[in-house]
Ligand binder design. Structure first.
Ligand SMILES: [Cu+2]
Length: 509
């Protein structure tokens, strides 16, 4: 562990330094590649110890393909928002103005904060209105994000662009990691989208979109289609954020090279974990460090997955077998001729306290389901005959947790303040659901009785619960009591969330 004094002596490590790269979103070119856009790094304004941010949620247009325009939503811009640079233990105040022409919310994903400031479905910002959440940043250094959490329309609003990255820095915990924003510390907001011929976004235009969630055939990286990145240093840190509505990406490099995962959702891992592939479900984040010393061009890919879902006649089997089967180029990386030798990756990153199972005083069970019709092609579920013409009923829109769907005025769980709980998550549906809990970070105890892999041993706020799996997570409910304002837990496939695959809990005395 490096002291602050020692770290500050090392060039570029004292704080997230801003590089000299252009931060404008690129206009598309026709040569098959576009320079990767880097969202502006927003430092806010420090006034009497409180860091203030101005965020304007607005309508705009973007040009993802030459000669076309797409109606989009953005924060202080046309598509997506700035990367907010926050500091652990610093109070912040966010001044949010809703100019998107419809009600929305803005949620601080992964943050431990009072429920009234969380930006969930209860903190609606009416059309034309403003909202001013204030809280102290309790997170460890890491990669988080903010996005719409509007009940029933979060999927469409995020799809159109209402999302951005948050980078938390811990001034007390400085490590020699690549940390020059836009130069060797690169945000990668990964999304898949589908377009009409005229460039408009397609949203929920096919039946399966509402069953398995909205999947696209075009990758946008920080809003850039066909992006390339010119690496100028030997080691580059990528902050991967799966900001897709529904798609799970399996990241790997085209030459199979090894990379090091250094952080999960809630911050640094105890030590770097060497990987050649990394699966991230919607809302999951990972920081990875990649070595480009060999100077070779290489691509970051998402690998197509083969499905073991059974084949039978009907749309159900076809849809489930095609889920995440498509491979994508995510980013072309072109190392420059002379690479800066920036740093060596430390062997130890963070001391991590594993929450002991014995500390838990209560266990809750959560069953993730998709309706009776999802189970097999012989079922005759609600989808039969109408929108799905070829038999094999499936309950599109029936996604639920413990057999219930979200109701704004129904509190599903009451949790005693200052306790630790184990939550058992089971999935009896045919597809994976990324389960997200508001209130902060948890740890994974086990999956089907087995301890999680090394890169899932750190802090998490979103976890893959695969079809047929039983897993257990452990979480503390500290710091904030509120008898009125609930926190959410839900599937982060946004179309499932919008259908009500979500519940609410209060943390009470
Ligand atoms: Cu789901």
């Amino acid at each position: 562990m490096f002291t602050r004094r020692k770290a500050l002596k090392t060039i570029g490590l004292g704080s997230l330094a801003m590089g000299s790269r252009s931060f404008l979103f690129a206009q598309p070119t026709t040569d098959g590649g576009n320079p990767l856009a880097i969202p502006p790094l927003e430092e806010g304004e420090l006034i009497e110890g409180v860091r203030h941010f101005q965020l304007r949620l607005q309508q705009g247009t973007s040009s993802f393909f030459p000669g076309t325009t797409t109606a989009t939503l953005g924060i202080n811009g046309n598509y997506l928002g700035p990367s907010l640079h926050l500091h652990r233990n610093e109070p912040i105040s966010l001044h949010i103005e809703n100019q998107i022409g419809e009600p929305t919310t803005l949620h601080w994903h992964g943050f431990h904060l009072p429920p009234s400031e969380d930006g969930g479905p209860h903190q609606t910002i009416a059309k034309g209105d403003t909202w001013n959440p204030q809280f102290t940043v309790r997170q460890f250094a890491g990669t988080f994000w903010y996005h719409s959490h509007m009940l029933h329309t979060a999927g469409e609003q995020v799809y159109k662009g209402l999302a951005g990255m948050i980078i938390v820095e811990d001034d007390e915990q400085q490590l020699e990691l690549p940390s020059t924003y836009g130069i060797d510390d690169i945000p990668l907001i990964v999304q898949d989208r589908r377009f009409d011929d005229d460039g408009a976004f397609q949203y929920l235009s096919a039946y399966e979109d509402s069953v398995i969630g909205m999947h696209g055939d075009t990758i946008l990286l920080n809003g850039t289609r066909l992006p390339y990145f010119e690496a100028t240093s030997r080691l580059v840190r990528f902050r991967l954020l799966n900001a897709a509505n529904a798609r799970t990406f399996t990241f790997a490099f085209s030459d199979g090279r090894e990379f090091q995962q250094i952080a999960s959702d809630g911050g640094l891992l105890p030590s770097p974990v060497a990987l050649t592939r990394l699966e991230l479900a919607p809302a999951e984040r990972a920081e990875i460090v990649v070595d480009f010393s060999d100077g070779r061009d290489v691509k970051l890919l998402s690998l197509g997955r083969t499905s073991n879902f059974p084949e039978f006649s009907g749309a159900m089997s076809r849809i489930m077998r095609s889920l995440n089967a498509q491979a994508f180029d995510i980013l072309s990386i072109r190392p420059q001729a002379q690479l800066q030798a920036n740093t060596q990756l430390p062997a130890q990153l963070a001391s991590l306290y594993r929450l002991p199972e014995a500390a838990a005083t209560n266990t809750r069970k959560f069953l993730l389901s998709m309706g009776a019709g999802m189970r097999s092609g012989d079922d005759r579920g609600p989808g039969r005959g109408t929108r799905n013409g070829n038999g094999g009923g499936y309950g599109g829109g029936n996604s639920s947790i413990n057999g219930r769907r979200m109701e704004l005025n129904f509190i599903n769980e009451r949790i005693k303040f200052n306790t630790t709980e184990v939550w058992e998550l089971s999935n009896n549906s045919p597809m994976m659901h990324p389960f997200h809990v508001h209130h902060g970070q948890f740890q994974i105890l086990d999956r089907n009785g087995q301890p999680p892999p090394e890169n899932e041993m750190g802090w998490k706020d979103t976890v893959k619960v695969r079809s047929g799996e039983h897993m257990r997570i452990i979480m503390r409910f500290t710091d904030y009591i509120d008898e009125q304002n609930p926190y959410m837990y839900h599937c982060h496939i946004l179309e499932h969330e919008d259908q009500g695959m979500m519940g609410q809990f209060l943390v009470v005395e």
